[in-house]
Write a protein that binds this ligand. Structure first.
Ligand SMILES: N[C@@H](CCC(=O)N[C@@H](CS)C(=O)NCC(=O)O)C(=O)O
Length: 81
């Protein structure tokens, strides 16, 4: 099982798109890292990903940006109905 963390913020429409997709597909083993709720999460986002941009999916320590690419990654690696 991969270690998955989604860096996001509530008001971000790109994050909402990813989170809605995850809900629809019952993808639940993703640790949710709200960058507004905890400044440490924002520090980690920049430290681990190199960019202050959300959403970012951290896959076993490897950052993946871009909502479309994140959804595609779930489609390729994680689909469960
Ligand atoms: N093309 C990106 C856009 C993401 C984006 O613009 N996110 C905004 C928040 S809604 C952000 O983090 N902006 C800060 C930045 O890009 O430096 C995606 O689809 O994920």
């Amino acid at each position: 099982m991969r270690n998955l963390k989604l860096y996001y913020k509530e008001e971000c429409p790109f994050c909402k798109k990813v989170i809605q997709y995850m809900k629809r597909k019952n993808i639940s083993n993703v640790e949710m890292m709200d960058i507004k709720a905890d400044p440490k999460n924002q520090e980690d986002l920049i430290r681990l990903g190199g960019k202050d941009q959300v959403p970012m999916l951290l896959i076993d320590g490897e950052p993946l940006y871009e909502s479309g690419d994140i959804i595609q990654w779930f489609k390729d690696n994680y689909e469960q109905e």
